[in-house]
Design a protein. Sequence first.
Length: 105
Amino acid sequence: MKDSKGSVRLLVCVKERISPTSPSCAARGSGELLARLDAELTRRGHPGRVEIINCFGQCNRGPNMRIAPGGRFFYGVGPDRLDEVITALEEALAVESVSQGRSDP
Ligand code: FES
């Protein structure tokens, strides 16, 4: 994953807590989701658009993700919602591209 700070990216919480009674995104499978997202985004031509975050403060609602900068939050993400998350990221990337005066070939 390359450093893409400042540009559109997907923040994924991978916080893991030792106590089994304390909720965390990692305990709910965010690590596996992260790997799947990174692979799919690379396949679609968007490598380096995933950034690991160590807690959004919404631990009871995980796994949690967010489009950055300043974009939509996704709570309780499971494998069935990865397409929804990727679509939102691609929409944000398209807006970024237009705002920077670029267009896809
Ligand atoms: S552990 Fe993911 S939001 Fe806190």
